[in-house]
Design a protein around this ligand. Structure first.
Ligand code: CMX
Length: 432
């Protein structure tokens, strides 16, 4: 058994035994209540699932195994430019320990060794029209790999419930290893005439991804390390994580579960917002006929967007009640590396203008920017200008969190998810 798998097995055995004992003693203890508002309001805040890898506080933002993003930027093993290696975050999410440099090097090598994408998957991508949205290509490619699922194969052969976690871990590792290759393939075929760039075995997972996209600037390597670290996980209730969780709970294989999660990420209220933000900014600049709009001009454009009954993309959040630390991490990166970039400066001006306007509407729970408000401007600076690809980048990163979390779900033997629904007729009979 590989060292990470062995460590995970030991941790999972220990927690599994503790949970079993707790459930035996206090299994009927109440942890939450559900209001009518929550019933009709997307179950906001209802505590109804276990997610081991990260936890989201409305005011502090995301913590991965208890560590904030600034702490991770300090403590995780780093790439050449000083940003954390996503390999380290995956290790931390899976086993709850900050890994050593040697351990992340081992993981980089593992993912390199597992990275070969089936030829038929690439051929299948090539069958799609080149103007197919990159997220559609991505979901299709991921689902196509399901017939290589170790989990599905072992399940067919007859797998004991206590062993579900083992082949799930194998699929998770293979899937994560392949994703940058699939994403880069989609990018190069969609936007660079199919001129693909071979992988560089000397690079870590995120730097190699940057390389295959077509930019070998070491600062871009570092951006991709940071980007894939901060987008990886946002506890379990967000749409892409929760969808992956529900699908995996049926014991559908990890590829299909993650493809389901990516279909959820592709919605404009979730991951597609990173595409929408940059489209909205470019449309604003075109409408105003300037690359350096004043705050007054931006405010006017924001009011126009709201008057059309549309949302301001990149602002608001279902849980957060302050500027997203993932936005702030990207802002910090931009302040260090590209503070004079005109588009970045527009993003910062929008950050000054939008919150008071949204606050003034009196109904927006969180007027602050989320993760998607900043990423596009950074990507444009490094030549990734094709915004329909942005959600694929988010998706590659999200695999780290949801796959680690689902390894835990299988190890803890979490059952098929099946909450109770009610009809409006039932609601009125009770409360009308
Ligand atoms: N612009 C304008 N109005 C907004 C708004 C925004 N950015 N954010 C929320 N509102 C509105 C809602 O549409 C809702 O209006 P109605 O009552 O008229 O329907 C009202 O404010 C209350 O909504 P909320 O409780 O503040 O927000 P929700 O929890 O329902 O939704 C979210 C959260 C993210 C979907 C919402 O803020 C939004 O649509 N933001 C813009 C899209 C976006 O950036 N999504 C990315 C989120 C991060 C991610 O998952 O990647």
């Amino acid at each position: 058994m590989d060292p990470l798998k062995q460590l995970f097995y030991e941790k999972a055995q220990a927690l599994g035994a503790e949970v079993k004992a707790l459930l035996k003693e206090k299994g009927t203890a109440k942890i939450d209540e559900v209001s009518l508002k929550q019933l009709y309001g997307g179950a906001r805040g209802v505590k109804m699932m276990v997610w081991e890898t990260s936890s989201l506080d409305p005011h502090e933002g995301i913590r991965f195994r208890g560590y904030s993003i600034p702490q991770l930027r300090e403590l995780l093993p780093k790439g050449s430019g000083g940003e954390p290696l996503p390999e380290g975050l995956f290790w931390l999410m899976l086993v709850g320990e900050i890994p050593s440099q040697e351990q992340v090097d081992w993981l980089s090598a593992q993912w390199r060794a597992r990275s070969e994408v089936p030829a038929y998957t690439l051929q299948m991508i090539d069958m799609l029209p080149t103007d197919t949205h990159p997220m559609v290509q991505f979901v299709t490619a991921i689902a196509s790999m399901a017939n290589q699922s170790v989990f599905a194969q072992r399940y067919d052969e007859g797998l004991a419930k206590t062993s579900y976690w083992d082949p799930f871990y194998e699929d998770a590792m293979n899937l994560i290893a392949r994703l940058p290759h699939i994403a880069a393939y989609i990018y190069r075929r969609s936007f660079h005439g199919g001129k693909h760039i071979p992988s560089d075995a000397s690079l870590d997972w995120a730097a190699n991804f940057a390389h295959m996209l077509g930019n070998d600037d070491p600062v871009f390597y570092d951006l991709m390390r940071l980007y894939t670290t901060i987008h990886s996980d946002h506890e379990g209730g967000n749409a892409s994580a929760h969808t992956t969780h529900v699908v995996a709970s049926t014991l559908s294989n990890p590829y299909l579960a993650y493809a389901g999660g990516m279909a959820a990420l592709a919605g404009p209220l979730h991951g597609l917002a990173n595409q929408e933000v940059i489209k909205w900014i470019f449309h604003m600049l075109e409408t105003l006929d300037t690359q350096t709009p004043t705050k007054e001009q931006i405010a006017e454009y924001v009011h126009e967007t709201l008057a059309k009954g549309q949302v301001i993309p990149g602002y608001g959040h279902a849980v957060l009640r302050r500027p997203d630390p993932r936005f702030l991490a990207q802002k910090h990166f931009a302040e260090t590396h590209l503070k004079d970039d005109p588009l970045v400066q527009v993003v910062w001006k929008v950050f000054e203008v939008v919150p008071p306007i949204l606050q003034g509407l009196g109904k927006v729970a969180n007027p602050w920017p989320n993760v998607d408000a900043h990423s596009g401007a950074l990507l444009v600076h490094y030549g990734i200008t094709e915004c329909s690809f942005y959600t694929v980048l988010f998706g590659v990163s999200r695999a780290l969190g949801v796959m680690a979390a689902q390894c835990w779900a299988r190890a803890l033997g979490l059952p098929i998810e099946r909450p109770k629904s009610v009809t409006s007729q039932w609601v009125f009979e009770q409360f009308g």
